[in-house]
Design a protein around this ligand. Structure first.
Ligand code: G4P
Length: 285
């Protein structure tokens, strides 16, 4: 399966982000907990290399909790602070404040040594489209939303949301584009819905998804789709079409309808909680 990705205004956005990064102390990077590697743009490691880093593993409600823990440990081993959240239901959000302060401890202590007290930490949210940046900012800053307005020395037009006396957030998130040469990364992005379905082959995608789901939790798949002994992806797709009444005109089975149904139910967590990848898949350590 070949994917194509059109990065649009990537260069301009990247330049803008470089400018914004100069203004902040902390990068808050959102990743999708179901694909923590594929949903990151590796450029952020370079762009944010002198900044404190907090990784939020969002949509943890949809991911396998054991694998979320493995990823969390992986990111921590790389010097990042990590919190697992479900920005939609606000789960896990309470831990963030403390992690922000921990991540910025060096900066706070440096300020104190220079006699600067109570200067808020400035943070910026970054991540690929659809990872939950707006949901997070709304949930996190919702009530706070007192914008501090422009400040001297800050690029005109930048708005800061004062979350509390310790933290200010740049109100516009930095949008990074997914980046991949590896087709597996492309597939995983497509499966969670980060690449437009119209440019993809739904049938092939669903077969790849079925294989991943069967690898990780065949019982959940069998229970959801009332399977008997089927283990082959094509056979499973056929059974789903049959059991869910996916029919074309006449009595012919509609595989594409069944494929779309499986993908949709995976995305909304109806089949179970799945994480499609582990650090070892890319020999990360
Ligand atoms: P973005 O700014 O990074 O592009 O992402 P955005 O916040 O728009 O979120 C993209 C989709 O992900 C939204 O769903 C949002 O509700 C959902 N979402 C965000 N955080 C979580 C989470 O922690 N768990 C789950 N399960 N979903 C989350 P949507 O279908 O596009 O919109 P809506 O139906 O919620 O209105």
């Amino acid at each position: 399966m070949q994917f194509q990705w059109y990065p649009g205004h990537m260069t301009k956005a990247k330049r803008q982000m470089q400018e914004d990064l100069k203004l902040i102390d902390l990068v808050i990077e959102l990743v999708d907990a179901r694909i923590p590697f594929s949903s990151r743009n590796p450029d952020i490691d370079e762009l944010g290399k002198n900044k404190a880093r907090l990784i939020l593993m969002n949509k943890a409600d949809l991911a396998d909790p054991g694998k979320t823990e493995i990823w969390s440990n992986y990111f921590k081993s790389r010097g990042c602070f990590v919190v697992c959240i479900d920005a939609r239901s606000k789960k896990g959000m309470k831990a963030i404040q403390n992690e922000i302060m921990e991540a910025c401890r060096e900066k706070i202590e440096r300020d104190l040594r220079r006699g600067i007290k109570n200067r808020p930490v400035r943070a910026m949210v970054v991540g690929i489209p659809n990872v939950g940046k707006s949901t997070f900012i709304n949930t996190y800053a919702g009530k706070a939303c007192a914008k501090t307005g422009n400040k001297p020395g800050v690029t005109k037009g930048k708005q800061w949301i004062r979350l509390n006396k310790n933290v200010e957030l740049l109100d516009t998130p930095g949008i990074l584009w997914p980046k991949f040469e590896d087709q597996k990364v492309g597939l995983h992005l497509a499966l969670i819905g980060s690449i437009k379905d119209e440019i993809l082959n739904i049938d092939e995608m669903s077969l790849a998804l079925i294989k991943l789901l069967m690898r990780d939790d065949p019982r959940a798949v069998a229970a959801r789709y009332e399977l008997e002994e089927e283990t082959d992806a094509v056979e499973i797709l056929k059974s789903v079409a049959k059991n869910r009444g996916c029919l074309k005109k006449g009595e012919e089975l509609d595989y594409s309808k069944a494929a779309a149904l499986i993908i949709d139910e995976f995305r909304s967590g109806k089949i179970g909680r799945f994480t499609l990848e582990l650090p070892e898949d890319w020999e990360l350590s």
